[in-house]
Write a protein that binds this ligand. Structure first.
Ligand code: GTP
Ligand code: MG
Length: 303
């Protein structure tokens, strides 16, 4: 038997395992926190809001526990079909979770619309992130203001970017997870396939290199993904836009912008896969794909 899953008799007594949803408003640092907790860049991060569009599982395993973190899209009032699909992903993750960690950006104070309805009636912690941006003496009153808003078990001030208090957050989470055997092999980092993360890396570069509506109009689809023995791996991806006018901007004069995108994406894809890659990019227009259920479903959304 070479199954990597532990047999029941091998599971140490008191082993804990559970799902932990990371949710909150856009841009508060959910994906940064996920990556910091698992110690690997898995979920894409940009300075722009609404970067994450899916529920992204990432496992943190040790001898005596397995935590399945679920990164989620930032909570927004939906304006189009893609937004509605993103909010399905948030609700599904929160519904499946044993524990909710609401992430807030400490530098924004207490927002008027903190999206507290997802906390109602569930075990929840508040991670007050970006503490590196506020004065020490402002932390306590802020934590108290948040506690008055929602029924949190605990408030943990953290900085995902600097790694501050993440050990405390982990302990606080772990104490609240059910006793049970691992649900995944302990060396598994996510149940999303490599090609999903490769598409995400390309999308991250679009978010970082383009402005205005371009990132929000872009989807990336991997058309072909082939590991090759004696050559570089071959990845062919489609960058899908909503309008013809965006195509010229994405490609740029004499293809310069697309080339820059391809180079930046390829470097990160190679670092992620640990292999050399030949990256082939094509640009397509699918008008209004963000409102068309068939397209949304083909891109992996629940629509
Ligand atoms: N100063 C500071 N910046 C942070 C911290 N955590 C995240 N950031 C920055 O905040 C921005 C947004 O981070 P993300 O991790 O993409 O935020 P998110 O909540 O996943 O955003 P969406 O996926 O768009 O909802 C990035 O520029 C991060 O570098 C932190 O602890 N301190
Ligand atoms: Mg994110």
């Amino acid at each position: 038997m070479d199954s990597p899953l532990l047999m029941p008799e091998d599971v140490p007594e008191g082993h804990r395992c559970g799902y932990v949803a990371l949710a909150g408003q856009p841009n508060v640092g959910k994906s940064t926190l996920l990556n910091a907790l698992i110690g690997q860049k898995l979920s894409i991060v940009t300075r722009k809001p609404q970067t994450t569009r899916h529920r992204i599982p990432a496992m943190l395993s040790a001898d005596d526990h397995q935590i399945i973190f679920l990164d989620t899209p930032g909570i927004v009032a939906p304006r189009y079909g893609l937004h509605r699909a993103m909010m399905h992903a948030v609700r599904d993750a929160v519904a499946d979770a044993d524990l909710l960690v609401l992430i807030a950006d400490a530098s924004r104070g207490v927002p008027d619309t903190p999206g507290m309805d997802i906390v109602q009636g569930r075990p929840a912690l508040l991670a007050l992130n970006k503490m590196d941006l506020i004065r020490r003496e402002d932390a306590l009153p802020l934590a108290e203001a948040w506690l008055a808003l929602g029924d949190f078990d605990e408030v943990v001030p953290i900085s995902a970017r600097k790694g501050t208090n993440l050990d405390i957050l982990l302990d606080t989470i772990l104490k609240r997870l059910p006793i049970g055997p691992p649900l995944y092999p302990k060396d598994m980092i996510s149940d999303r396939p490599e090609r999903f993360f490769v598409a995400e890396i390309i999308r991250e570069k679009v978010f970082r290199l383009y402005r205005q509506e371009i990132p929000y109009s872009t989807e990336v689809r991997i058309v072909h993904f082939e590991e090759r023995e004696h050559e570089k791996d071959f990845v062919s991806a489609e960058i899908v836009l909503t309008a013809d006018t965006q195509k010229g901007i994405l490609i740029g004069k004499r293809g310069h912008a697309l080339k820059r995108l391809g180079t930046a994406a390829r470097k990160d894809i190679e670092a992620f896969l640990g292999r050399s890659v030949y990256l082939d990019l094509h640009v397509k227009v699918r008008s209004d794909w963000r409102n068309r259920p068939a397209f949304l479903r083909s891109f992996g959304y629940r629509a």
